[in-house]
Design a protein around this ligand. Structure first.
Ligand code: SDX
Length: 431
């Protein structure tokens, strides 16, 4: 972190406190308040962390006003067009694009870690068939710490590396197993002669009874969706992984905590909720009814897939996803897709509406992704598991960055206490 010698002055209770200003390579400066409580016996207050930087990081940068997203400095639009998911994994983990030899070695190591311990199959039998696949993933990913004892020591850089490889490699296998289990079909093993995205589609859609050839169109669309979801700065699930990791918990348990947080409809669960909302709207003529509900302060309904804590302009991922939706549906021969028609009309109507314009609410990454995933044959319940397997590289990259920081401290926020002051116990006969 660059130290600029600039300071901010806080006046409180008749005293002045000089707080250091720290400068980024790009984006807002930060006021360093780490010594504030010791100096002034006062806390800062920011429950939703709307104005709080929780850490320093060199992985992902977002400019919400410009609608800009950089992975290690590379714009998401360029990576989505020119790169592929495993190359983005290497970039996020290591900080630079790989040489050909580095990519070949990385891809080989990931490929050879895609199988899970055979005994993990028994975990699935403990779940009801109609369990949400996210429930299964939280359980099975957490259980990885019961199997891979040789990559639990977070103080050993080599074990951290192996745990990272194992999670990037095995999450698609576990997600596919959760899907197969939910539809009563046998698990399908990964194949080392398939690329990462094709392997995931193979494990989801092939059956032992017949040969299955992965469509290159779907594999490319799947790979692009994985790239768009790979990392996103200090979002709720990444912050969950960091907070869990700050106590020294093993990486598998930390990622399981991240999966649990991602499941919420305000976060990664929004892709499922957005498609279900588009289905409920059904036709373009019903859009005004739902827009009115979204604007009604007394109605908890929100337009799912709209709005973002950081983006106050278009989410650049939503733009790429919207282009992909057109391309994939067209290549699949799906024309006049009513859901896509409703989505595009809803976007147009909302972006012309004063409420959405004034609050700077734009479509986010979750608005169009479900349309592509549904066209690929996935049920809505698989949308967030796909987000989770794609975000695993982001979680584990951020976790690695944090664990490797010698200044690491356990995350332990304070509070604004508004409860009772000290009072004596009252025997029940006197209450
Ligand atoms: C993801 O953080 C990340 O980076 C997340 C993510 C990632 O890659 O990790 O980008 C992935 O989670 C994307 C967001 C997916 N969630 C949804 O699409 C759910 C619908 N969106 C909202 O719930 C909301 O926009 C949030 C949760 C995304 C952001 O909420 P904030 O930043 O806390 O903003 P807010 O709730 O304070 O909203 C500001 C105003 C409010 O009105 P006022 O109280 O000021 O009058 O805008 C309104 C909100 O009521 N508003 C909406 C709305 N989103 C915000 N009104 C209608 N529909 C919406 N979708």
């Amino acid at each position: 972190m660059a130290d600029t010698k600039k300071t901010a002055t806080l006046s409180y209770e008749g005293k002045s406190y000089e707080l250091p200003i720290l400068s980024p390579t790009v984006g807002p400066e930060v006021i360093d308040i780490r010594k504030l409580y010791a100096q002034a016996d006062v806390f800062t207050y920011d429950p939703g962390f709307t104005s709080t930087a929780s850490c320093e990081s060199a992985i992902t940068f977002i400019d919400g006003d410009k609608g800009e997203l950089l992975y290690r400095g590379y714009p998401i639009e360029q990576l989505a067009e020119k790169s592929h998911f495993l190359e983005v994994c290497y970039l996020l983990l290591n900080g630079s694009l790989p040489t050909e030899a580095q990519m070949e070695n990385f891809e080989g190591r990931i490929t050879r870690h895609t199988m899970v311990h055979e005994q993990m199959h028994y975990f699935f039998r403990g779940f009801r068939r109609d369990s949400h696949p996210m429930a299964t993933m939280v359980g099975v990913v957490g259980a990885m710490s019961a199997f891979y004892h040789d990559s639990l020591d977070i103080n050993d850089p080599w074990q951290r590396e192996v745990a990272a490889m194992r999670m990037i490699a095995k999450l698609p296998t576990i997600a596919a197993m959760a899907y197969k289990y939910s539809i009563g079909q046998p698990f399908v093993y990964p194949k080392n002669n398939l690329d990462y995205a094709s392997n995931f589609l193979h494990m989801c859609f092939s059956v032992p009874a017949e040969d299955y050839t992965v469509s290159p169109v779907l594999a490319k669309a799947m790979d692009r969706i994985m790239m768009l979801h790979a990392d996103h700065e200090q979002n709720a699930s990444t912050s969950t992984v960091r907070l869990a990791g700050s106590s020294g918990a093993n990486p598998f348990a930390c990622v399981a905590a991240g999966i649990a947080c991602l499941w919420g409809p305000a976060h990664g669960g929004a892709n499922q909720a957005a498609l279900e909302m588009l289905r409920e709207i059904g036709t373009v003529d019903r859009i005004p009814e739902f827009v009115a509900k979204a604007k009604d302060k007394n109605d908890p309904f929100r337009l799912m897939g709209f709005g973002h804590r950081v983006y106050k302009n278009f989410d650049p991922r939503a733009k790429v996803m919207k282009e992909s939706a057109d391309e994939v549906l067209d290549l699949l021969g799906i024309h006049n897709n009513e859901t896509l028609r409703v989505a595009k009309a809803l976007e147009r109507i909302a972006l012309e509406d004063e409420y959405f314009v004034s609050k700077k609410l734009y479509p986010n990454v979750d608005f169009y992704s479900g349309i592509i995933l549904e066209a690929m044959g996935f049920p809505t319940a698989m949308f967030t598991p796909i987000f989770a397997l794609s975000r695993t590289v982001g979680w584990i990259s951020q976790w690695k960055e944090m664990i490797g920081d010698p200044a690491l401290k356990i995350g332990r926020p304070r509070q604004l206490y508004i409860g009772e002051t000290t009072r004596d116990y009252v025997p029940v006969a006197q209450r």
